[in-house]
Design a protein around this ligand. Structure first.
Ligand SMILES: [Zn+2]
Length: 326
């Protein structure tokens, strides 16, 4: 049996683990803070240590030797140049034109493949998660930002220069809110975690009563999307309205994807998707109102199933897509 290591690089945490090439299980999965402020070299060193820890765990549990490790798949925030293995720029990590793939490959002495983190998460869900077996999948990763991935005819679609799948930056309001990317009206500017918190703060500032005032201990700056969901679950009208609006904004994005790509499955993963039915029920209803009927009827809109490990699992799958292992 050959093993592949998956590395998922987030702004907050690194997740590293290994899987046999048949995807039958996850071994040695562990998480450490990224500590991007210490610089790119320190992050690479941390990844090297984590990969060694995982190799040790796999060896212990399965008796595998080092020769049985085929390589490392790496999921990183982008934009990036896959062919050259370079991260072009990551505001969250502060990297610019960083040759991440080769630096990790040299550090661990194994071949490596680099892909976008949200592409990897989508690939993970399509391989072993909520979209298992589907040929055409659109993945949304909802968190501090909104990432996305497109799987068309069973393969990740990267486009001409690896930008494809940036569905958080589709414009949903032509003259809308300013987005971190510089555009106005991006989906991310409405439905990412910080945008949800911002909309709740704005509603509070209009003087509507809400338990959020108590949950944030009088400091609106402390409001998070998770707090808004908690308040909504407790029957708070303002928070429920914010969640409903979030569902509506996301539905615009999902409906656009349905009409353009006609997917079998749309997976919504990440923290913002944890709202469950209070998000998914109005979202599905709004998508049905907006998208073409045959596209709606053919598509399941589901939460992610792999939670914290989708990116790691997908990084393994991204490696295997480039280096098929017998
Ligand atoms: Zn944007």
């Amino acid at each position: 049996m050959r093993y592949v290591i998956g590395v998922d690089i987030g702004g907050t945490n690194l997740v590293v683990g290994a899987m046999p090439a048949d995807g039958s299980r996850e071994i040695g999965v562990h998480t450490l803070p990224t500590r991007a402020v210490l610089g790119a070299d320190a992050v690479v060193e941390r990844i090297r240590e984590m990969v060694e820890t995982t190799i040790g765990t796999v060896a212990q549990e399965t008796g595998a030797t080092r020769a049985q490790f085929a390589g490392v798949g790496i999921g990183s925030p982008g934009p990036l140049d896959r062919e050259r293995g370079i991260v072009i720029v990551t505001p969250n990590l502060g990297w610019k034109d960083f040759p991440l793939r080769d630096r990790v490959s040299d550090a661990v002495g194994l071949p490596a493949v680099l892909d976008n983190d949200a592409n990897c998460a989508t690939l993970g869900e399509a391989w072993l998660g909520a979209a298992k077996g589907a040929r055409n999948v659109v993945g949304f990763t909802l968190g501090t930002g909104i990432g996305g991935g497109l799987i068309l005819n069973g393969r990740l679609y990267h486009g001409a220069s690896d930008v494809a799948g940036e569905i958080g930056h589709m414009t949903i309001e032509a003259n809308g809110r300013k987005c971190g990317c510089g555009n106005y009206g991006c989906l991310e500017a409405y439905a990412a975690g910080p945008a949800i918190a911002a909309r709740a703060r704005e509603a509070m500032a209009r003087g509507e009563p809400t338990v959020l005032a108590e949950l944030c201990e009088g400091d609106p700056a402390r409001i998070t999307a998770a707090m808004v969901y908690r308040a909504s679950d407790r029957g708070d009208a303002l928070a429920a309205e914010v969640v409903k609006d979030t569902a509506r904004f996301l539905a615009v994005g999902v409906a656009n994807m349905l009409n353009v790509f006609n997917p079998d499955v749309v997976v919504l993963a990440g923290g913002v998707a944890l709202a469950g039915d209070s998000l998914f029920v109005p979202l599905r209803a709004e998508v049905r109102r907006r998208a073409f009927r045959p596209a709606v009827d053919a598509c399941q809109i589901v939460p992610g199933a792999l939670n914290g490990s989708a990116g790691m699992v997908g990084a393994v799958a991204a490696f295997l897509a480039e280096h098929p292992v017998a």
